[in-house]
Design a binder for this molecule. Structure first.
Ligand code: GDP
Length: 202
């Protein structure tokens, strides 16, 4: 997969620190601990490209990974964008409002956003914060792939039920696809890669 060629490009604390919106990008959003960094690492086939929300540092930032253009390897044909995880109980109120600011404005304003990967823990389902995020996502009209993470922890029948439940909960999002996903068992990996690549080079 071309995604395996992804390389760390830049971190940004604010929107105005992002590179110009010149190539399509796909963002990853979800609660802290949902399995976002594991998903990015398995999709890119790299052990430590994205950092877990358990490790301090780059996780409060917007991290961009460039997918090189095969014709011009020094140039990115697209970006994977790792947005800050949200919902850690220990985080102070003002920090929570900060994520709201960063995520909300990124989703509203980023012209080059081609698709959104929304991660939801398959056992936890859609939480209040996920719902709030969905309210910002819906008006963008951007296509959303919802990954129900850690699907290996549920038997097949319950995975199917979770897909139905989340699809119903997020019905305010127009272009929505919901699939079970597991980084450890590689469930949904191919389908996710295909979506991302299609968004970046349609
Ligand atoms: P992040 O905070 O959203 O980046 O989440 P991480 O990727 O760091 O994962 C949080 C925790 O969930 C870690 O303990 C991971 O080992 C675990 N985890 C992540 N993906 C999976 C998965 O597909 N299956 C299972 N069983 N555990 C997972």
């Amino acid at each position: 997969s071309i995604l395996h060629q992804s390389k760390f490009f830049v971190s940004a604390a604010k929107l105005n620190q992002l590179p110009p919106a010149s190539v399509p990008e796909v963002c990853f959003v979800g609660r802290s601990n949902v399995g976002k960094s594991s998903a990015i690492n398995v999709l890119t086939n790299q052990r430590r490209l994205a950092f877990s929300s358990k490790t301090p540092g780059r996780t409060r930032l917007i991290n961009l990974f460039g997918i090189p253009n095969p014709q011009a390897p020094d140039h990115a044909m697209g970006f994977l964008v790792d947005l800050p995880g949200y919902g850690f109980a220990s985080v102070a109120q003002n920090t929570r409002e900060e994520w709201a600011d960063v995520l909300g404005s990124y989703l509203r304003e980023r012209q080059s956003l081609a698709g959104i990967v929304l991660l939801i823990d398959i056992r936890r389902g859609v939480t209040d914060l996920d719902r709030r995020l969905a309210e910002w996502i819906a008006p963008t009209g951007k296509p959303v792939l919802a990954l129900l993470t850690k699907a290996d922890k549920l038997p097949y029948g319950q995975r199917v039920r979770a897909v139905f439940a989340v699809t119903k909960e997020l019905k305010n999002i127009g272009a929505l696809k919901v699939i079970p996903f597991s980084s450890s068992e590689r469930i949904g990996l191919e389908e996710t890669s295909t979506h991302i690549i299609n968004w970046i080079s349609p």
